[in-house]
Structures are given as structure tokens and as C-alpha cells.
Design a protein around this ligand. Structure first.
Ligand code: AMP
Ligand code: MG
Length: 353
């Protein structure tokens, strides 16, 4: 019975996952209320699957794709025409755009609340590892220590309009830009008349409304031990929300038998080694969830749960190296473990319960 249920769920969510869906769009101007249209785009270094239902689906997909592409051209660290590229070259800007202002405000707040697990100014370190360009290398410890002297979000001066960076500092919005772009894309789809849609921005799933039949979405969480397969870790049943995952398996390279991933612990300059293999955050605001998925991955299980109990406003699924899946109380009924061989679930309670 349980196996049948799992098979049905997997079939239902296959279309949500990259690789499962077909190529580009399948548009029809006279789509019925529950007919899906899909579009696959490549942006922000990520394959993104967009899906909308109903008569406005085609317009909604165009609006979402345009929104994401526009934000990519703002936040790219490598595109010489982007606003962030100019900020990094010039040490700031007299008047930043609204998206940059939004993410500066959010990033600085998350950095403070996470005691520096999150640093927008991590970019020189990320670049030294080659994660921006794909030319991977292991920097020397001396180089990392020297680059870390430039990583200090507390030294960023931002008054809501004018941004000033200390000499040598460079920003990287890569840990929050996709979640923010997802939020903006969902709003653009809503404005285009859609009431049911789902975006999969490479591990970031964001939904608009419910499925056309009024049921929840089934969102798969990848298995960190086997991320390319359909041997999922588990499934979350959710309404309109963001489900955003950070995992060391998303971007990494191996040298001399050691694997190095792209989520950096600002305390050391090395890939975070916190005992977690993935962190999924569920909440209303995609930018916040994206920032927290990265931060809680760096912090490790105990500090992550302390953060959840202190600040709240989201739920999460933490996966540890030794096969524990910690599900916060608000998700306990929404989460179904699929890989029962390798993992066991524990439920984290709110403080004081
Ligand atoms: P995510 O996949 O959302 O966890 O974001 C990872 C990306 O965020 C990396 O590719 C870097 O560009 C950037 N990043 C890595 N470590 C940090 C950190 N500690 N704080 C802020 N951004 C980071
Ligand atoms: Mg993130």
C-alpha cells in the first residue's frame, strides 16, 4: 500500500523535476482550465522548469521567463553589463536599483541574524575556488586567509539608496537571487492572470495557488547520497509556498579524492563541513528561504534548530551525514520519507514544548 502510494506520488511529481519534463514550451491559445503548459529556460547558471495551468498559462510563462532573465542581468557576477558587476568594479553605486536594494537589505539582515554564517561579501573566496567560472581549484590556506580579510558584511555602507564597499570588497547574491527571482516570477504570473503554477529553479521550487484540481503540490527532495537519480529522499505536500534546498551535491568538484562544494563557511574560507548534506526551507518568501537554506547548511543541525526556534517564520528539513532527517514540527504531516533504507526521520519540536 505504502509502495503504491509512493509510486503514485513519484509519478505525479516527475513533471516537477528537471530531466523529467520535455523540452521547451507546448503552447495552445485555447488551453482549458487544468491544461498545463511548460517552458524550460537556462538562467542563473541553472536549468529552470516553468509550468502554468489554464487560459493565461502562455502569458504567465512568458512573464515569468522575462522576469527571471531581467533579474539575471542585474545580479550576474560575471556579466560585464550587470549592475552587480559594476558595483564590484566601482566599490558601490550612488543609487542602486530596487532588486539590489531589496537583496542588500535582506542579505545584511540574514547575515546579522545568523552570526555571519551568511556573507554577501563572500565573493572573492567563492571566485578563488572557481565556483563562478567552473575553473575549479583548491586555493592555498594563505590565499584564503588573505581573501577572508575582505569578507565582512558589517563594513558595507548602505542607506537604502547609496551603496559603498570598502576597498577590495565584492558581493555575491548567488545564495538569495534565485529565491527572490522566483518570488518576482510568481507575482508576474499572478499579474498575467494565472492562478495555478509551479516553478522549479534547480532545487528551488515555488508555487502559485494549488493544483488546478484544488489539491496540494507534491515536491520531491533530492537524495543527497544519490542526487541525480529518482531515488528521492522524501516528498513534501504543500500549498502556495517556496520549497528551497541547498546541498553540497549541487555544485562541487573533486581533487585528490577530496570533494569540495560551493557553500562556503565564512569562518574558514573552506566548504562548510557542518555535518549536514542538505537543508530544505519551506516558507512564504523565496528570498528569505533561499538565504536561510544556505545559512543553515553552514550552521549545522544544532545551530540551525536554535535559529528556527528563535526566529521562526519558516519550517525546514535538515539531512545529516549519518542519515538523520530532521523535520520541524510544522512539516511533520506534510513530509513523507521515500528512502527508508538510508534514512530515519526525527521531528524537532518548538521551544518549550
Ligand atoms: P545556495 O545554492 O542557495 O546555497 O547558494 C550557494 C551560492 O551562494 C554559492 O554558489 C555562492 O555563490 C554563494 N555562497 C556560498 N557560501 C555563501 C555564504 N556563506 N554566504 C553567502 N553566500 C554564499
Ligand atoms: Mg540559498
Amino acid at each position: 500500500m505504502k509502495k503504491q502510494l509512493t509510486a503514485a506520488l513519484l509519478a505525479a511529481l516527475c513533471l516537477l523535476l528537471p530531466g523529467c519534463s520535455g523540452a521547451s514550451s507546448s503552447a495552445s491559445a485555447t488551453a482549458s482550465a487544468d491544461e498545463a503548459q511548460t517552458q524550460t529556460i537556462y538562467a542563473m547558471d541553472t536549468v529552470m522548469d516553468l509550468k502554468a495551468y489554464g487560459g493565461s498559462a502562455s502569458a504567465a510563462l512568458t512573464a515569468a521567463a522575462d522576469t527571471i532573465t531581467r533579474l539575471e542581468s542585474v545580479f550576474s557576477v560575471t556579466d560585464e553589463n550587470s549592475e552587480v558587476y559594476a558595483i564590484n568594479q566601482n566599490g558601490g553605486e550612488e543609487s542602486v536599483s530596487q532588486p539590489v536594494a531589496d537583496l542588500l537589505t535582506l542579505g545584511l539582515k540574514i547575515g546579522k541574524q545568523t552570526d555571519g554564517a551568511f556573507e554577501l561579501s563572500i565573493y572573492p573566496v567563492v571566485r578563488a575556488w572557481g565556483f563562478t567560472t567552473g575553473s575549479y581549484q583548491v586555493p592555498t590556506n594563505d590565499e584564503l586567509q588573505s581573501l577572508l580579510t575582505k569578507v565582512d558584511d558589517a563594513a558595507i555602507e548602505f542607506d537604502g539608496t547609496k551603496l559603498t564597499l570598502p576597498a577590495g570588497m565584492e558581493l555575491d547574491f548567488g545564495a538569495i537571487a534565485k529565491g527572490y527571482a522566483g518570488d518576482q516570477a510568481i507575482e508576474a504570473m499572478r499579474e498575467a492572470g494565472a492562478s495555478s503554477a509551479i516553478l522549479n529553479l534547480g532545487g528551488n521550487v515555488q508555487t502559485l495557488g494549488l493544483k488546478p484540481d484544488g489539491s496540494n503540490w507534491n515536491v520531491a527532495i533530492k537524495n543527497p547520497k544519490d542526487p541525480e537519480s529518482e531515488n528521492y529522499l522524501g516528498i513534501l505536500s504543500v500549498g502556495e509556498t517556496a520549497v528551497i534546498t541547498s546541498g553540497g551535491y549541487e555544485r562541487y568538484f573533486t581533487q585528490d579524492g577530496v570533494t569540495y562544494h560551493h557553500i562556503i563557511d565564512p569562518a574558514t574560507g573552506y566548504p562548510a563541513d557542518s555535518g549536514l548534506t542538505s537543508v530544505t526551507i519551506v516558507g512564504e518568501d523565496g528570498g528569505v528561504c533561499d538565504g536561510l537554506s544556505t545559512s543553515l547548511f553552514v550552521m549545522g543541525k544544532d545551530k540551525a534548530l536554535d535559529y528556527w526556534r528563535t526566529y521562526g517564520g519558516f519550517q525546514c528539513v535538515l539531512v545529516t551525514e549519518d542519515g538523520e532527517v530532521v523535520v520541524t514540527e510544522g512539516l511533520k504531516d506534510a513530509f513523507t520519507l521515500v528512502d527508508e533504507t538510508d534514512y530515519t526521520v526525527t521531528v524537532a519540536a518548538e521551544a518549550g514544548t
